[in-house]
Write a protein that binds this ligand. Structure first.
Ligand code: 7TS
Length: 417
């Protein structure tokens, strides 16, 4: 089958994103910072204004029409997220602010009764700080040990020692599905099976995978998976924790207050049903509904095609980057092992200078450590510049990036003259 038959129509998609028609310093915007946050299609923006203009109301508490309408839309959005990642039930989707809060929910509520002193938490050297720092605290508080699957030279995980790192003391494997700074897609299903075989629980940080490829939590057989709405065409301020019902049933609430209780006396309280038990207070109604619209937009394209588009674009970018001898590109070369992220470094030019140079051309990339400081240490660089792609990016934009980088190398004095 030729790629043309399965590729997506980025030109048509671009028309759905109002922001893509703006200019930056008089140049068309080339937005290559999708790993930080994606843009929002008109349907998502409209879902937000429809809520505020048409049926703004609190959920789960009113007998009046607006509240019932808001509750229906809010719960439909939860069902959409459940369907998108193939959760068994919408009750297994807990709304959070973002992936970070979802991870913190698990780190706060799950270890009690599950991680004893001497127990081990296995993670990797390529985690976002959000999936590292909370576990450092859990390990310190519980006398547990944090263990790391190392990064190999090609940017994949070095699994040579996996069978000793995941062992009978392992209580939790918590691992990033797709790395935001290397692009690496990790073999989470195989690692989850290893963890399950020793009786450990499994959490997957899906912040960079759920927006970009089909993700099926039942197929992966994970206990927890986290996602951020704003990286998958949805609004900021809304994310989700997927958790198996069995796991949720044993966990203490994260936050306490209204909505999460069934009955309250002056002395105590009993907890509400799932998922409300983990959603204290008025939730982020509008943005959850917006995320529901984002999921529907992605479903209409099809996640296989989203993934295919990014494979093609990343392959093209890697080919073009090969023209830039002065620039090192990190991460695996095998496109089946990498997402749409190209992290790069030109010795002698600080990534921030490179980023500023590109910005003047209207090209938005992220520079810095990408909240993965241990990865920078492993690569031996202070920071990288990173281009990250999504459905609306095109080969023409890759060309603009590479041409601008050629100019930058000339400008900063160590490129071809
Ligand atoms: N996990 C991964 C793999 C991420 O890439 C990020 C954010 C997070 C967790 C946290 O997501 P949040 O929505 O809770 O902040 N990554 C990035 C990035 O690469 N550039 O900006 C944010």
């Amino acid at each position: 089958m030729s790629a043309a038959h399965i590729s997506i129509d980025s030109d048509a998609i671009r028309r759905d994103f109002p922001i893509l028609s703006r200019t930056v310093y008089g140049k068309p915007l080339v937005y290559l910072d999708n790993a930080a946050t994606s843009h929002k299609p008109r349907g998502v923006i409209r879902a937000l204004s429809d809520y505020y203009e048409g049926y703004n109301s609190n959920v789960h508490r009113g007998v009046h029409a607006l509240s019932m309408e808001a509750t229906d839309r809010f719960e439909e959005a939860r069902s959409a997220v459940a369907r998108f990642i193939n959760a068994e039930s919408p009750d297994e989707i807990i709304w959070t602010r973002n992936a970070t809060e979802a991870i913190n929910l698990v780190a706060h509520s799950w270890p009690q009764g599950n991680i004893e002193p001497g127990g081990e938490i296995v993670t990797t050297e390529m985690e976002h700080h959000s999936n590292l720092v909370p576990w450092q605290k859990v390990a310190a508080d519980r006398g547990a040990r944090l263990r790391f699957l190392p990064i190999a030279d090609d940017g994949t995980l070095d699994l040579s020692g996996v069978d000793s790192i995941i062992n009978e003391r392992t209580r939790l494997l918590t691992i990033v599905h797709s790395s935001n700074s290397l692009g690496t897609i990790n073999p989470v299903k195989e690692l989850a099976a290893k963890a399950r075989a020793v009786g450990a629980a499994v959490m997957i940080d899906g912040a960079q995978s759920v927006p970009h490829m089909p993700v099926d939590v039942q197929d992966l057989d994970c206990d927890f998976l986290t996602l951020s709405g704003h990286k998958m065409l949805g609004p900021t301020g809304i994310g989700a924790l997927y958790a198996k019902r069995d796991a949720l049933e044993t966990m203490e609430p994260f936050l306490r207050g209204g909505e999460m209780v069934l009955s309250v006396t002056l002395e105590g309280a009993t907890w509400n049903e799932l998922p409300m038990r983990f959603e204290a207070g008025t939730p982020n109604i509008a943005d959850a509904i917006g995320l529901g619209a984002a999921v529907e937009y992605l479903e209409a394209i099809g996640m296989d095609r989203v993934r295919q588009h990014e494979v093609e674009l990343t392959g093209y970018a890697l080919e073009r980057f090969a023209e830039l001898e002065e620039i090192d590109v990190f991460g695996p070369r095998d496109l089946s092992l990498r997402g749409g992220v190209v992290s790069f470094y030109a010795s002698d030019i600080h990534p921030h200078d490179l980023g500023t140079f590109l910005d003047r051309r209207g090209i938005a990339v992220r520079t810095g450590h990408h909240c993965t400081m241990p990865v920078m240490g492993r690569l031996g660089v202070p920071a990288t510049a990173r281009a990250s792609f999504y459905i609306y990016n095109t080969e023409d934009e890759v060309d603009l990036l590479v041409d601008a980088l050629k100019d930058a190398l000339r400008y900063f004095g160590n490129g071809p003259r």
